[in-house]
Design a protein around this ligand. Structure first.
Ligand SMILES: [Fe+2]
Length: 345
């Protein structure tokens, strides 16, 4: 199995993980063979990447952070909430709260809690999928910061509803709208409303709407702001704007102490795989391999299955090397699909 950007798909490739449509129905099951018609369909849906089977690499174990079912139900609940806001009706906070609880349950059950590639399904549901991803990223960061259960729950609620104001306006006012909508809801902790208000504030005071600075920004606002910043970089529906996780992490780290809170950045980056499972990479000695597992304690030093030597000749056997043990080796670059097809055929 390997991850592949949608723009690089070819007819005949085999799907390695099921793909769902807007309504949570399976569009293509694992094992399905891609036709040009399906590739067009996937492209029109705005899915940035999928997993395809790969004979050399074999099956890979990418532990899902949350169940597909939970993501789909949450997206539906958020869509409903947005429709309520548009009709000036109350949001069903109970329903959203149940979804955040399901996300929390799923995350607690993951043994190696590290973020690989985020599953973004379709462009017309993009904003809701983005909210789910921001919620997951925020909760994991909150856990890394040692927040207690109650705080994590409030953080999760703020994160999942951070862009709820966008139902009323797309501009910077969406922060104020979000605050007003959520503050008026008596069943919701007011801190969650402040998250919607503050998620575009910046540590250096250059954010909006109030240009809050440093510690004046609530910790949850900083966390959700960082998660939002990162997810926008890696899941942009426009391929030309979209970055690889290692590139997005570099930007996040470069903003530490500038746009972003340094402690939050530290906790955030700990949990993200810069080179997710399924990524093809070139090492500093020229060898080429595919990431097959990521170590939670040192995500920058994953386990790699070597597939080609430094002149691009396919190996006869594919040894696995652990960068935790091979201290002189490091990842030099990502091999994109085009380069990969040249080497692997
Ligand atoms: Fe926003």
């Amino acid at each position: 199995m390997r991850s592949i950007e949608i723009e690089q798909l070819n007819a005949g490739m085999k799907i390695a993980k099921a793909i769902y449509d807007d309504n949570g129905r399976i569009l293509l099951n694992a094992g399905a063979v891609l036709s040009f018609r399906y590739i067009d369909k996937l492209t029109s849906m705005g899915i940035p990447f999928i997993y395809v089977e790969d004979e050399i690499v074999g099956p890979l174990d990418v532990e899902e952070l949350i169940h597909d079912r939970v993501r789909i139900q949450t997206v539906k609940a958020l869509k409903q909430a947005a429709e309520n806001v548009k009709m000036r009706a109350e949001i069903d906070i109970r329903q959203i709260s149940d979804m955040v609880n399901s996300i929390l349950d799923d995350l607690r059950g993951v043994s190696n809690l590290i973020v690989q590639l985020m599953d973004i399904r379709c462009s017309n549901m993009y904003i809701y999928n983005h909210s789910v991803s921001v919620c997951i990223l925020s909760i994991i960061t909150g856990m890394a910061l040692g927040l207690d259960e109650l705080k994590i729950k409030t953080l999760g609620m703020g994160a999942i509803l951070h862009d709820v104001g966008k139902s009323l306006s797309e501009g910077p006012e969406h922060t104020l709208h979000g605050f007003e909508i959520l503050r008026g809801n008596k069943t919701l902790n007011v801190t969650a409303a402040h998250v919607a208000y503050q998620h575009h504030e910046k540590y250096d005071g250059k954010g909006y709407p109030r240009q809050l600075k440093g510690e004046d920004i609530h910790l949850f606002g900083s966390i959700v702001g960082t998660a939002n910043y990162y997810d926008n970089l890696v899941s942009n529906p426009d391929q030309n704007e979209r970055l690889y996780p290692y590139q997005a992490l570099e930007i996040i780290m470069a903003e530490s102490g500038r746009a972003l809170h340094p402690e939050v950045v530290k906790a955030f980056c700990k949990n993200i795989a810069p080179y997710p499972v399924g990524t093809a990479v070139r090492l500093n000695n020229g060898d080429i391999g595919v990431i097959i597992s990521v170590n939670k304690h040192l995500p920058t030093r994953p386990v790699i299955k070597l597939v080609a030597n430094n002149v691009g000749i396919l190996l006869k056997t594919f040894p696995e090397i652990d960068l935790m043990l091979e201290k002189t080796l490091f990842i030099n670059e990502i091999i994109n699909e085009k380069q990969r097809q040249d080497i692997f055929g």
